[in-house]
Design a protein around this ligand. Structure first.
Ligand code: CAA
Length: 379
């Protein structure tokens, strides 16, 4: 057993850490305040090859692996969780199903420009009436000659409005729920596709979250991803990996809050000595660091399993469960270490705390992770 990261992984970590510090961190608070997405940051990530980390070079990627991708999401989220999830949704929710289930033509047409960062991807599963019960979707896809006509809407779409390519799920056989669901690749300029309401959110405010609407949206048959009726399985398998990307985001948020808390505790003097030397605060920092490290190890393990081609669905659900809860606990404690200052926007910890909450909710709530894990344990 070897816990040492390879030279390639260390190199990617250093590159993303420098980029995050120099290009992402300086505007993170302002973008959060203004709820402003910055496409320029995505374009700079593309220049560094970050928009296609796990995909082979023939599809525009850098031919690395899922661990490298998780490290990148972690380092970005350490300064800006919105930037972390932009990359995560683009890579594991939109790129992954095309890589895994797309035919050669689809990979060249869609995955390649996405990996090169010329196009951005998003994933549309959730609907107003079907969140945790993803199989309860209502969006319909009706065959009409060589096209499918999509009608319905999807909500809470990360990268919504900014993305050019959407992997969406619709019922091609409404009587047949899971086995009647099909995955489609939809381009943002297909007639009948539009972007609806943009959500105003507690956290990850510089990552756009919108509704997407299909009104007689014509999608050519060749844009079916995988087989007709295979969509629910594709949606679930996509989330298996996506959840580990969110775990990486959660680890990054928690690490960012821990870094800030340690620095502050070393400088803040009360009762004649730095608060880090007061046992109440020192022990808090110790617990925070321990939780972050445990979450990181589980997250890296799940990423490693996926990179090795081994089963990773259970471990990925576990990593999101642990890391999401860790992010919430650690950021809350970081605010506590900062005291009154932590509650203000003068320091980043209040943003980290607001950003952390979503990691317990999206890509399956913590309750759904427990359901997934317990079903896998007992099946
Ligand atoms: N891999 C492969 N197949 C799977 C699978 C997996 N991980 N999970 C389920 N399936 C298959 C099952 O084997 C079953 O197939 P058969 O009928 O052939 O046996 C079929 O799918 C139905 O499975 P279930 O009976 O388990 O389905 P269910 O209706 O009970 O739902 C669930 C299971 C786990 C609760 C699922 O609905 C779920 O994951 N819900 C949460 C949805 C979610 O995470 N949404 C987040 C959306 S993305 C997002 O958050 C926004 C963003 O952009 C970041």
């Amino acid at each position: 057993m070897n816990f040492k990261l390879s030279e390639e992984h260390e190199m990617i970590r250093k590159m993303v850490r420098d980029f995050a510090r120099n290009e992402v961190a300086p505007t993170a608070a302002e973008r959060d305040e203004e709820e402003r997405f910055d496409r320029g940051i995505f374009e700079k990530m593309a220049e560094l090859g970050l928009t296609g980390i796990p995909w082979p070079e023939q599809y525009g990627g850098i031919g690395s692996d899922y661990l490298a991708y998780c490290i990148a999401v972690e380092e970005l989220s350490r300064v800006c969780a919105s930037t972390g999830v932009t990359l995560s949704a683009h890579t594991s929710l939109a790129g992954w199903p095309i890589f895994k289930f797309g035919n050669e033509e689809q990979k060249q047409k869609y995955l390649k420009p996405m990996a090169q960062g010329k196009k951005m991807g998003a994933y549309g599963l959730t609907e107003p009436g079907s969140g945790s019960d993803a199989g309860g979707m209502r969006t319909i896809a009706r065959l009409d000659g060589d096209d499918y006509i999509l009608n319905g809407s999807k909500i809470f779409i990360t990268n919504g409005g900014e993305a050019d390519i959407y992997v969406v799920f619709a019922l091609t056989d409404p009587e047949n729920k899971h086995k009647g669901t099909t995955a489609f690749i939809v381009e943002s300029d297909f007639p009948g596709f539009s972007v609806g309401k943009k959500e105003k959110k507690m956290g990850i405010r510089s990552s756009p979250t919108t509704e997407i609407i299909f009104e007689d949206c014509r999608v050519p048959k060749e844009n079916i991803l995988g087989e007709v009726g295979e969509g629910f399985k594709i949606a679930m398998m996509t989330l298996d990996g996506g959840r580990n990307g969110i775990a990486a985001q959660a680890v990054g948020i928690a690490q960012g809050a821990l870094d800030a808390a340690v620095d502050y505790a070393k400088e803040r003097v009360q009762f004649g000595k730095p608060i880090a030397q007061q046992q109440g605060v020192g022990f808090k920092l110790a617990d925070m660091a321990t939780q972050v490290e445990a979450s990181r190890l589980l997250t890296y393990q799940a990423a490693w399993l996926e990179s090795e081609g081994l089963p990773y669905g259970k471990e990925s659900a576990m990593s999101k469960l642990l890391a999401g809860d860790t992010a919430m606990k650690v950021t809350t404690e970081a605010v506590q270490v900062f005291g009154g200052y932590g509650y203000t926007k003068e320091y980043p910890v209040e943003r980290f705390m607001r950003d952390a909450k979503i990691t317990q909710i999206y890509e399956g709530t913590q309750e759904i992770q427990r359901l997934v894990i317990s079903r896998m344990l007992t099946k």
